[in-house]
Design a protein around this ligand. Structure first.
Ligand code: SAH
Ligand code: SF4
Ligand code: F3S
Length: 476
């Protein structure tokens, strides 16, 4: 899932805890990057839990330290290297300690990681987590261990994730893995491999189990959820016959199946891709109250010329048409975006196109980044990273300032209105307040009264900050 994304910022570097029993081997697992990585860490905890590991929040207690890494931008990788440095001195006190790197940076650097960071014993890519117990055994036998094989089939469909550091209310469900899009700036296709969808039965089953455990919101995860398609085990999207395609389950149909688990289970999803988002998905969202009225629809740039060299598969007009469709079919829908400033050859005029499209789209929220060249990508191979750092940063600050203004306008318009909020956990700022979200994904804070996490409350908004609504519960 980051702006490192907000989720990343909130959870960056957070240790994940499953209480263990005396004498069990202990695992310290730290995750960086997108929601997908946090979701993968829950798979890792499950696989190693089966192998007798309990997780710990204190790395000094751990027999094994794993960092689940992100490679999306240079600074994401730098953060991991800094963290490895911190573990270095600890390992000198504890020579048996095993240190492993998982995830996208592991996949990108492969064996090179072992040469570059001497502290690392294990390197494992996102499709090889079933091999972890064996790889740990190899290290205990005195060897270094690497498995970075990417798979065309692996979806970990049969593995029940261990919900780590959970609030017991909201959970992620991975519905697909990999990405086939090859946006020219992006490293993800290289670190996560080919796109593959997960069996819908296993997704619905996971949602049902979560609901029965008391969870009230699931977020369906994929790099491009609109391209989800399940035609049966082993059947690849590209080679389907007309008939197989007609019988396949698409994203709109999957959404509907999950929505039918219970009207009290909220459904969210991320990420939607403008080139693939269909009206069918929007109509399904409009039809079910429990599908949240919020779409993360990353634009990246407002300039059609930039979108073309970014290889995004749409232009400004197409993107505007998608926003119009959302506003027409789901008028109350919250919309957010991702924006990159200073991509190769970006001129002032392109930047102005981004600002004007943001203004036109009236985003509730955006994740905004300065372009960071990533090895192996099309942009790194074919284009020059020619926008000077200070110009990238200046444009980024303009984009951030505009988004701040747009967000403020959006939240102010909510004052005086009543919002249905799912209570998640205690507010970070006050132990007398709950924090939850409305359907549009805006954070709402209100006095606890008799409510508890997992309850729905109707909250009258009395005031706001740029991104938070503050109010009190009303009787409905
Ligand atoms: N699959 C999602 C994006 C996943 S990566 C999508 O297509 O929308 C999350 C965000 O990181 C991207 O939307 C993009 O805005 C940003 N990003 C990706 N590569 C980047 C790079 N090389 N430099 C800066 N930002 C980048
Ligand atoms: Fe990267 Fe594009 Fe795939 Fe998103 S859709 S993960 S930006 S290649
Ligand atoms: Fe996610 Fe970072 Fe990998 S954004 S897919 S963890 S490169």
């Amino acid at each position: 899932m980051e702006l490192e994304k907000v989720i990343d910022e909130n959870r960056q570097g957070e240790a994940l805890l499953v209480p263990g029993q005396e004498g069990q081997r202990k695992l310290f697992l730290e995750s960086y990057g997108c929601q997908m990585n946090f979701s993968d860490s829950e798979i890792v905890a499950s696989i190693l839990g089966q192998d007798g590991f309990a997780t710990t929040k204190d790395y000094r207690e751990a027999d094994v330290i794993f960092i689940n890494t992100c490679a999306i931008r240079e600074n994401a990788e730098q953060r991991v290297r800094n963290r490895l440095n911190e573990f270095k001195s600890w390992k000198s006190h504890k020579p048996d300690l095993i240190v492993g790197v998982l995830g996208c940076m592991a996949e990108r650097l492969k064996e090179k990681f072992l040469e570059e960071e001497k502290i690392v014993d294990i390197v494992v890519g996102p499709d090889a987590y079933r091999d972890l117990p064996q790889l740990i055994g190899k290290v205990q036998g005195g060897h270094k261990a690497v498995n970075v094989i990417l798979s065309k089939e692996e979806t970990y469909a049969d593995i029940t994730p261990v919900r780590l550091d959970s609030n017991g209310v909201t959970a992620f469900i991975s519905i697909m893995r990999g990405c086939d899009n090859m946006c020219s700036f992006c490293v993800v296709p290289f670190t996560r491999g080919r796109e593959r969808s997960r069996d819908p039965e296993s997704i619905v089953k996971e949602a049902k189990e979560l609901f029965d455990l008391g969870y009230r919101e699931v977020t369906l995860l994929g790099q491009n959820v609109d391209s989800y398609l399940w035609a049966g085990g082993g059947l690849k999207k590209e080679i389907l016959t007309e008939e197989q395609r007609a019988h396949a389950v698409n994203f709109a149909q999957l959404l509907e199946r999950v929505a039918l688990v219970s009207p009290d289970l909220r459904i969210r999803f991320s990420t939607s891709h403008p080139k693939d988002m269909t009206d069918e998905v929007l109509h399904t969202m409009a039809k079910y109250n429990n599908i949240c009225k919020y779409i993360h629809l990353p634009v990246q740039s407002g300039s059609s010329r930039m979108l073309d060299i970014m290889n995004r598969g749409y232009d400004r007009e197409w993107y505007m048409d998608r926003i119009r469709a959302i506003r027409r079919i789901i008028p109350e829908c919250g919309i957010s975006s991702d924006i990159i400033t200073g991509f190769c050859t970006e001129a002032e005029e392109d930047h102005q196109d981004t600002l004007s499209l943001m203004e036109w789209s009236e985003y509730d929220f955006s994740y905004m980044f300065a372009y960071s060249e990533r090895p192996k990508t099309q942009a790194a191979r074919k284009f020059t990273d020619d926008v000077p750092e200070e110009i990238k940063k200046r444009r980024l600050s303009e984009v951030i300032a505009l988004q701040q203004k747009l967000s403020e306008k959006k939240t102010k318009a909510q004052v005086g209105k009543v919002h249905r909020v799912l209570v998640e956990h205690e507010s970070k700022k006050s132990d007398e307040m709950w924090m939850g979200r409305n359907t549009q994904n805006t954070v709402v804070v209100f006095p606890k009264e008799h409510f508890k996490p997992g309850d729905y409350a109707d909250v009258l908004v009395e005031r706001c900050t740029a991104t938070t609504l503050i109010g009190k519960a009303v009787k409905n």
